[in-house]
Design a protein around this ligand. Structure first.
Ligand SMILES: Nc1nc2c(ncn2[C@@H]2O[C@H](COP(=O)(O)OP(=O)(O)OP(=O)(O)O)[C@@H](O)[C@H]2O)c(=O)[nH]1
Ligand SMILES: [Mg+2]
Length: 257
C-alpha cells in the first residue's frame, strides 16, 4: 500500500499533466478518489480518459463525458482502435498550455486501475506499439517512459491502484482477473448477464443465438449453456463451463454495453 502511494506521488510530482485512465463501461467505479485528491493537491492539471469506448454506446459515452466535463476535462478514446487519440493529444497540449513549457518535452503521467488500458492509450497516441500491453492485468511492471513525438512524453505506470478495492465480481468485469483466477465463475457470469440484460439484451441474445425473453439471470445462463451444448454426463447443463465461456467472451470485448 505504501509503495503504491509513493509511486502515485512520484508520478504526480514529475508530470506536467496526468491522465486518469478509466474503463468507460464503469467510469464511476474506476475513478479513484485518492489519486484525484493528490493530483488536485499538487495543483497539476488532469484529464479523465474514458478508454474502451468501443465497448460502450455513443449515447452513454456522451452522457458520461458531459457529466464528468463539468468538473474536469474528459475525453473518450479507444486505445485498441486508436479512436479519439488525436483529440486526446490536442487536449493534452491545450490543458497543459504547452506554450509555458518551451525548453523541454511535456511529461504526461498515466494512472489508473490495472487493465483499464493505460499502455494501450499511450500506444494509441504514440501511433506505435511502444508500451507493452496484455489482457492479463499487471503487465506493466515498472514505470516506463514512452516518447510519443511532437513534444509529448508519457510516463506509463503499472496498474498501481490496488485492485483488491474491488470485489471478485468487479475484478471479473474489469478483466483484472481472468476466468482461471476467479473462484465464483458462475457469480461473475451471472453479473455479466445482468449487465447485458439491462444495457443491451439484444446483443447478448444475438451473440449466443438465444431467446432470453423473461428468463431470470440463472435461467439465461442455462439457456446459453444449452445452446452451446455444454452438458454434463447426465445431461444437466455444465454451468461452470458456460460461465467461463461468458467471462472469456466479455473479457475479449465481444459485448457493447
Ligand atoms: N476493447 C478494448 N480493449 C482495450 C482497449 N484498450 C485496452 N484494451 C484491452 O485491455 C487489456 C489491457 O490493456 P493494457 O493497455 O495492457 O492495460 P493497462 O492499464 O496498461 O494494464 P496494466 O499495465 O496491466 O495495469 C488488453 O487486453 C487490451 O487489449 C480499448 O480501447 N478497447
Ligand atoms: Mg500497462
Amino acid at each position: 500500500m505504501a509503495s503504491y502511494r509513493a509511486l502515485v506521488m512520484d508520478v504526480i510530482r514529475r508530470a506536467d499533466i496526468l491522465l486518469e485512465v478509466v474503463d468507460a463501461r464503469f467510469p464511476d467505479e474506476t475513478r479513484n478518489n485518492y489519486v484525484e485528491e493528490q493530483i488536485i493537491r499538487a495543483d497539476k492539471p488532469f484529464i479523465i480518459v474514458l478508454n474502451k469506448c468501443d465497448l460502450v454506446s455513443k449515447e452513454k459515452l456522451e452522457k458520461t463525458k458531459s457529466r464528468f466535463s463539468k468538473f474536469v476535462p474528459a475525453v473518450f478514446v479507444s486505445g485498441k482502435d486508436r479512436f479519439g487519440t488525436t483529440i486526446l493529444r490536442h487536449k493534452i497540449l491545450e490543458v497543459v498550455e504547452a506554450s509555458t513549457i518551451m525548453d523541454r518535452d511535456i511529461l504526461v503521467g498515466c494512472l489508473g486501475y490495472p487493465n483499464t488500458g493505460k499502455s494501450s492509450v499511450i500506444n494509441g497516441v504514440s501511433g506505435k506499439h511502444k508500451a507493452g500491453t496484455s489482457s492479463i492485468s499487471g503487465h506493466t511492471k515498472g514505470v516506463q517512459h514512452v516518447n510519443a513525438g511532437s513534444r509529448i512524453k508519457f510516463i506509463d505506470t503499472p496498474g498501481v491502484i490496488p485492485s483488491n478495492e474491488f470485489d471478485e465480481i468487479m475484478q471479473g468485469l474489469l478483466g483484472i482477473k481472468d476466468a482461471t483466477h476467479l473462484k465464483d465463475t458462475v457469480g461473475v457470469a451471472m453479473k455479466i448477464i445482468e449487465v447485458m440484460c439491462s444495457e443491451n439484451k439484444a446483443e447478448l441474445e444475438s451473440f449466443y443465438k438465444v431467446d432470453i425473453g423473461d428468463l431470470d439471470v440463472y435461467e439465461s445462463l442455462e439457456a446459453i449453456g444449452k445452446r452451446n451444448n455444454f452438458l454434463k454426463k447426465k445431461g444437466e447443463i455444465d454451468e461452470t463451463r458456460t460461465a467461463i465461456r461468458i467471462i472469456n467472451d466479455w473479457q475479449k470485448g465481444q459485448f457493447v454495453v
